[in-house]
Design a protein around this ligand. Sequence first.
Ligand code: 13P
Length: 247
Amino acid sequence: MRKPMLAGNWKMNKTRDEAISFCLGVSGKLPLDVECVVCAPAIILRDLVKRAPSNLAVGAQNMDYHDSGAFTGEISPIMLKDTAVSYVILGHSERRAYYNETDETVNLKVKKALEYDLKPIVCVGEVLEERESNKTNEVLKRQVLKAFEGVEIANPADVVVAYEPVWAIGTGKNASSDMAEDACKYIRDVLRTIYADKADEIRILYGGSVKPVNIKEYMSKPNVDGALVGGASLQADSFVELCNYQK
Ligand code: 13P
């Protein structure tokens, strides 16, 4: 009942022309039974929305939680809405580590995103020391409960959580599929404590060194509904392969 999702996070990569070539490269090759998404730098979103094939959704990688105002360099939810993107990544570990994103600001952003009908992809995940000291579940519980504090979810299919263990991002050291399943199942259990009847409809993705060679293994797990992919989403061929993991 949960539609699988394959979301690329391009991070700070690709110019407008590169994004357009990517669209040409994936055109006609993406499956209809997987929701395919690319989350791109804000400055190319408008062009990407225009050029993306109909079964490729577009998302942003961050946004501010104010509607407008004196926040130099920031992008508001109204501006994202104006570019017609569908998704927005919130609370990515790189934003938490380098740009002071906190559980509190993630919570404000989740509320704002939903207010403007932008579908949030909320990232959570532990750092290596936390995993090694058996604190993974504690961290996930804190991050999930705070991100969704006071958040009303009308349509659970429009809310996505991504489990991204920080130690697995961009390192080539992917979490095993059992680790991913355990964490995603735990996140769903935490979601169930807030959204009793809706938690089974919320999609939970795994992210961290996902590649065409390991995607199938993750997708075979019952609580892993998809993947959030950095490096391997940048090339059209590799993205097409990831999205077609069933073939
Ligand atoms: P990599 O797939 O490059 O490890 O990045 C994962 C990630 O951070 C996706 O948001």
